[in-house]
Design a protein around this ligand. Structure first.
Ligand SMILES: Nc1nc2c(ncn2[C@@H]2O[C@H](COP(=O)(O)OP(=O)(O)OP(=O)(O)O)[C@@H](O)[C@H]2O)c(=O)[nH]1
Ligand SMILES: [Mg+2]
Length: 325
């Protein structure tokens, strides 16, 4: 069975509401990627070198990363030669298959949901460059775990940007969760400390620590994150249990550069890719997996509270390649 038929069959049991999240959210990426693949297949009767060059271009423009694009093309070419395939539409399917084989192998066994610690608060630290969607994603996560019956406390660790504390405060109020704030321009580590102490006292299940956006090249700001981490681990051994990097899908390959720097400074247990709905370059997820090996745990597919969903490779593929069919 071909990959497309396989995917359709595999997702038959997934609710339309869930599938639609990917189908709607990834429309831009799909138009850019799947529609171009189809058009390419229609233009060529038989494949030749220029066909593969165009194929490579489509992959690179979908932001899967140059190294991965070349690997995928090589693997596809090999199989085309070995099996004497000449029909371009069969090759498209083969290409998509090759794109995902690597991800499926390296990504198996990953649990997306936060795993909760018993008998103490579970701590999640959220980091990333400016404006990527950290605070919004924190609100979305708070809602998700609140719905699962967990008590949540938010820590307003962005003491730097004017209005940041209020922004988180509005979400806390709307969701009805607790929030711990500090002084504007105060030390974010001391707010983190206060938050953790309160969470322990109140036996909170999940503490989510917001942080100010920072460029990964600013050494002093990266050191500040490392300090927050240390302060948290002094209060709760082993915490933070999760450190999520938020990457804006529209930033493309720079997201990979950001991830490398943040991983070095704070360690990362997961990545959330936001604004997938606003980009035509949905291949970024594959580039992240290929170059970093850090799991993408959730993706943001819109600005609303429910527009955060667990990352699922099959549904992602469906949204990227098939959803409109
Ligand atoms: N379309 C879309 N917009 C999003 C998504 N996630 C966040 N946004 C928007 O991105 C903008 C920035 O979001 P914030 O949550 O303030 O980003 P931040 O990383 O906390 O920003 P700083 O604290 O200033 O670094 C807001 O307008 C959000 O509504 C998403 O998945 N899709
Ligand atoms: Mg913020």
């Amino acid at each position: 069975m071909g990959l497309f038929a396989f995917l359709k069959q595999k997702l038959a049991g997934v609710s339309n509401k869930q599938k639609d999240k990917y189908v709607v959210g990834m429309a831009k990426s799909r138009h850019h990627f799947a529609d171009r693949l189809k058009a390419l297949g229609a233009r060529y009767r038989e494949v030749d070198d220029s066909y593969f060059e165009e194929l490579e271009q489509i992959l690179i423009e979908a932001d899967v990363g140059v190294t991965l694009a070349l690997d995928i093309i090589d693997a596809t070419k090999k199989e085309v030669r070995t099996n004497n395939i000449t029909d371009p539409s069969a090759i498209n399917e083969l290409l998509v298959d090759k794109m995902f084989v690597g991800y499926a192998q390296s990504g198996s066994g990953i649990v997306n949901e936060i795993s909760f610690k018993q008998g103490r608060p579970t701590v999640l630290l959220v980091v990333g460059v400016n404006g990527v969607g950290k605070t919004t994603t924190i609100a979305k996560l708070a809602k998700r775990y609140q719905n699962q019956g967990k008590s949540v406390l938010l820590v307003a660790g962005d003491t730097f940007r004017a209005g940041a504390v209020e922004q988180l405060g509005v979400w806390a109020k709307r969701l009805g969760v607790e929030i711990v704030t500090g002084l504007e321009n105060g030390d974010p580590s001391s707010v983190a400390y206060d938050g953790i102490r309160q969470a322990i006292d109140k036996k909170i299940d999940l503490v989510i620590v917001d942080t100010a956006g920072r460029l990964q090249t600013k050494a002093n700001l990266m050191a500040e994150l490392a300090k927050m981490r240390r302060v948290i681990s002094k209060e709760i051994e082993g915490a933070p249990d999760e450190v999520f990097l938020i990457i804006d899908a529209t930033t493309g390959q720079n997201g990979v550069v950001q991830a490398k720097a943040f991983a070095e400074a704070t360690g990362l247990t997961g990545i959330i890719v936001t604004k997938m709905d606003g980009t035509s370059k949905g291949g970024i997820i594959l580039a992240i997996r290929d170059e970093l090996g850090i799991p993408v745990r959730f993706i943001g597919l819109g600005e609303k509270m429910d527009d955060l969903t667990e990352f699922d490779l099959d549904q992602y593929l469906y949204g990227l390649c098939l959803g409109g069919e």
